[in-house]
Write a protein that binds this ligand. Structure first.
Ligand code: PNS
Length: 173
């Protein structure tokens, strides 16, 4: 008799890569590429939580990530947004795995906590972590927002395919 996890392997492997992505950076891009190599289908899903007061609207974030996916012809990537509990969304789209990136030390405590809570809520949804490359470990969306809004150069910090949209938008007062 085959084990249940074997049955799962026989099916399409779907994961969700959730985040604020305010905006999407080359660190996120690297994690996404690594997830694409491991999974049959990757949902990049923007949290639409107005309480976080994002700089970019949900529509802007979904639109710019979709532009990048189209421009780079990334296969098997679906760009969406979600509200409410992430594990409920994972169940709704049939994702067995969540993808998260981990930068040196600064993300660990937070990720450790949300992993424990998510596992409590949904033991069938596990999380896979990709360690940020050393050259991305300094990078954050908030740093990109700060540099861009003060007229600094964000080339090399965000994907080339959406650099202009992000830079122009951040320059607006
Ligand atoms: O890019 P971020 O802001 O670090 O992403 C955080 C995110 C979206 C993964 C997290 O805030 C989340 O999953 N929010 C949805 C609400 C939820 O499921 N909360 C329970 C775990 S604390």
């Amino acid at each position: 008799m085959r084990h249940a996890s074997w049955e799962r392997q026989a099916n399409m492997r779907t994961c969700v890569y959730p985040g604020s992505f305010d905006p999407f950076t080359i660190g996120h891009h690297d994690v996404l590429e690594r997830a694409i190599a491991m999974f049959d289908r990757v949902y990049v899903s923007v949290l639409s939580n107005a309480a976080k007061h994002p700089t970019f609207s949900v529509e802007e974030r979904v639109d710019m990530i979709q532009r990048m996916v189209d421009a780079e012809e990334m296969k098997n990537v679906v760009v969406t947004h979600f509200d409410g509990l992430m594990v409920n969304y994972a169940h709704a789209i049939g994702a067995d795995y969540v993808i998260r990136g981990l930068r040196a030390t600064m993300d660990f405590e937070y990720e450790f906590q949300i992993n424990a809570l998510n596992l409590h809520l949904a033991p069938d949804v596990d999380t896979v972590y990709f360690m940020a490359r050393p050259e991305h470990s300094f990078l954050s969306s908030s740093a990109v927002r700060e540099i861009g809004s003060m007229g600094g150069n964000i080339k090399g910090l965000v994907p080339n395919s959406i650099h202009n949209i992000i830079a122009e938008r951040l320059r607006k007062p």
